[in-house]
Write a protein that binds this ligand. Structure first.
Ligand code: ARG
Length: 415
């Protein structure tokens, strides 16, 4: 009996050819796994194609809830965006798919798992590293990285082996999509100066239909739980927000990004829900976190973003940071109102049960004011003491010299 390999199967050309290649070249019996992460494809049709193409069994998993709840929302609570902009949709899906592959491999007694990543991207690293962390005993095979075929050769291979090549409109882009976002690369986008053509976008509209809209997002301890007052399951909330914010053109990101494998690459993302939720969550934190907590948490956000991007989801650092993030979110409950329109989302209001914003401290209305103005004098006296001491002892810095500006002075009595 030949050894088994579980292949992460999307139904596309690469992984369809991979089914046959794994059998033919490496002698594996192939089991496929297709995870539904909300990319709106017919997963049952995909599984049927896997069987037609030669898989001995084809698993389909609805992983939308787990994906949003256990991968995306914790990343949102962390405030993590890679290089400050990318909500990490593709990067977050990889460790989940790796875990699903490992689960099926164990159940099916497989000795290997396989994925369809190329040798140039981040995804191969994420899969390989995640599987290694979860199941070091499993081999990881990457047919597309190993075979020496371009697209035309693959199409030819498919024809030769009677593999029914998916009849997709041959997109000039490489696209990966799930509920948290859509990643687009290649084609004309490889020129970082070229404006992304309209056909890059599928989730975000910019035509006149996008009048202004107002939404309200509710959070409980840092997790989004409602939209416009209606409590929703995580995957439902994100799906609706993608539709609503996308209709207003919100969520486009155009970024030159630093890949883990050392190259810069131009990426275009559509992530309406993720963009709105990060904005809303940040607004709620501004009410509920102390200043020093907010400042420190930014470092954690950057670390989290980097480690997710780098495929280290199953590392000890993420687990430790998650403990920190969770501790920061206890009081991040409340709601945020945003105005959407013309490609922008703007926060226009926020409220929280445990808000640190205190009207009687913030107000400029003297009759309501509880802030001790007199105490400010003493506070400043001590706060400024080090600088006064510095100038007294060490002399003033250069910027104490008069600035070289043109000055005109008029004195009373001048003509
Ligand atoms: N650059 C992004 C990342 O590494 C997206 C990759 C998208 N993958 C794709 N096949 N288009 O997370």
């Amino acid at each position: 009996m030949s050894e088994r390999c579980v292949l992460a199967y999307s139904g596309g050309l690469d992984t369809s050819v991979a089914i046959r290649w794994l059998q033919e070249q490496l002698g594996y019996e192939v089991v496929t796994l297709t995870a539904d992460l909300g990319e709106a494809k017919d997963v049952d049709a995909v599984a049927a194609r896997a069987l037609r193409t030669g898989a001995v069994s084809a698993h389909v998993v609805d992983a939308k809830r787990i994906f949003i709840e256990h991968f995306c929302f914790p990343t949102l609570a962390a405030g993590a965006l890679y290089e400050g902009v990318y909500p990490l949709a593709t990067a977050l899906a990889r460790p989940l798919i790796a875990k699903l592959l490992v689960d099926v491999a164990r159940e099916e007694g497989a000795v290997a798992v396989a994925h369809g990543c190329t040798g140039k991207g981040n995804d191969q690293v994420r899969f390989d590293v995640a599987v290694g962390a979860l199941a070091p005993e499993l081999r990881v095979v990457a047919p597309v990285r190993d075979w020496d075929m371009g697209r035309p050769q693959e199409i030819e291979y498919a024809a030769r082996h009677g593999i029914d090549v998916p009849v997709t409109t041959d997109s000039p882009y490489s696209v990966d999509a799930n509920l948290w976002g859509r990643s687009v690369e290649c084609g004309v986008l490889e020129d970082p100066w070229a404006e992304p053509p309209a056909d890059v976008f599928e989730w975000t509209q910019t035509d006149g239909a996008s009048s202004d809209g107002v939404i309200e997002v509710g959070f409980e301890s840092g997790t989004p739980t409602s939209l416009d007052g209606e409590t929703l399951a995580p995957e439902e909330l994100v799906a609706r927000l993608n539709a609503v914010a996308g209709a207003h053109g919100v969520g486009r990101i155009d970024h030159v990004e630093d890949r883990l494998v050392g190259i810069k690459s131009r990426e275009v993302y559509e992530a309406p829900a993720a963009v709105v939720l990060h904005m809303a969550h940040g607004a709620l934190e501004s009410l509920t976190l102390t200043r020093d907590l907010q400042l420190f948490k930014r470092h954690v956000a950057d670390e989290w973003g980097r480690l997710v991007y780098d495929g280290l989801w199953f590392g000890a650092l993420r687990a430790a940071l998650e403990g920190f993030v969770r501790a920061t979110q206890e009081h991040v409950s409340g709601s945020v109102r945003l105005r959407l329109g013309h490609g922008e989302a703007r926060v226009t209001g926020r409220r929280a049960q445990r808000s640190l914003y205190q009207s009687d401290l913030a107000t400029y209305d003297r009759t309501q004011d509880r802030f001790d103005h007199g105490a400010a004098r003493g506070f400043i006296e001590l706060f400024g003491l080090p600088l006064r001491t510095q100038t007294r002892v060490q002399g003033a810095l250069d910027d104490a010299a008069p600035l070289p500006v043109q000055r005109r002075t008029r004195r009373r009595g001048d003509g």
